[in-house]
Design a protein. Structure first.
Length: 135
């Protein structure tokens, strides 16, 4: 295959989950970087923008994922990078979020609750990357 491998950035403070996800995505032909906090994630986005971001909602602060997602989507340099929010927030708090109904607060391109079946996550990653959303 002559195409450049697509780069995916995982920003999730759960080291085991992020590392497991990284292995699955790499086994499916993606270049994957996993960082544990939004500051490191933002640095990577600025230095070497990924083709897609998988972003946890609750990290150091419960709003970390929301804050970074809004920050990225309001930045012309990176607003076209698709973001999949992955979280256990519904399980932990009972709150449900949807990009369709809560887009103002959650400007992500997709949203998945943990635990995510690997096949489901791969299907959504492939769909967003194939849609040509990214620059």
């Amino acid at each position: 295959m002559t195409d450049m491998k697509k780069k995916i950035l995982i920003i999730d403070d759960d080291r085991d989950y992020g590392d497991a996800l990284k292995i699955v995505l790499e086994n499916n032909g993606y270049l994957v970087n996993h960082v544990l906090n939004i500051d490191d994630g933002r640095s990577i986005v600025d230095e070497d923008p990924p083709d897609l971001i998988i972003l946890d909602v609750m990290m150091e602060k419960h709003t970390d994922g929301f804050d970074l997602c809004a920050d990225l989507k309001n930045d012309n340099a990176c607003r076209m990078i698709p973001i999949i929010m992955v979280t256990a927030v519904t399980e932990k708090t009972g709150f449900k979020f949807s990009p369709e109904t809560d887009g103002e607060y959650l400007p992500a391109d997709d949203y998945i609750s943990k635990p995510v079946p690997v096949s489901e996550l791969l299907a959504r990653v492939n769909k967003l990357l194939a849609s040509g959303m990214n620059p």
